[in-house]
Design a protein around this ligand. Structure first.
Ligand code: ZN
Length: 166
């Protein structure tokens, strides 16, 4: 993750990624798998290079009848005046993603969005279709192999000059 962050800040290109994981019984979400796509454009992240990995994940979940699975649609933003914020296209992409597959629509696989921005914040959102609103995740942590956790910055370091979604 540190690599794609510095790559984006150096080149201005957005890097797409998917995080795969599941919700634990205590309500926390654990992502333990990441696939990183090719950075093509400075305007938007293209997910075509990693979409097959998403299809594989969906197939695996369905075949093994898993529940409480989570996929995160993420990309980096380079440092810029508005780059710390989600764009409207980003928000729209998260809403559309919930609709593209039956297992995502019915909640077997929850979908969240993430911007890893130029300021170093890892900002996650969940679109709640019932309430038609976005929820932010203020607590993001990294868990090491020995079980210890450290907090990562989320919604704290960036320049959030546009009023936040709720
Ligand atoms: Zn974006």
């Amino acid at each position: 993750m540190a690599k794609i962050h510095s790559f984006t800040n150096q080149t201005g290109k957005e890097v797409p990624f998917f995080l795969f994981g599941e919700e634990r019984n205590d309500g926390t979400v654990l992502f333990d798998n990441i696939v990183i796509g090719n950075a093509i454009s400075t305007q938007q992240a293209s997910f075509s290079s990693i979409t097959p990995k998403l299809e594989k994940f969906i197939n695996y979940v369905e075949k093994n009848k898993l529940s409480k699975q989570i996929v995160c649609h993420g990309h980096t933003h380079p440092k810029s005046q508005y780059g710390d914020n989600f764009s409207l296209e980003d928000m729209a992409a998260y809403i559309i993603m919930q609709e593209i597959h039956p297992s995502m629509k019915n909640g077997t696989i929850q979908t969240v969005g993430c911007i890893f921005n130029g300021s170093g914040d890892l900002n996650f959102v969940l679109y709640d279709e019932y309430n038609k609103g976005f929820y932010k995740f203020p607590n993001v942590k990294i868990e090491y192999n020995n079980g210890e956790r450290d907090s990562l910055p989320a919604y704290t370091k960036g320049n959030y000059n546009i009023s936040n979604s709720r």
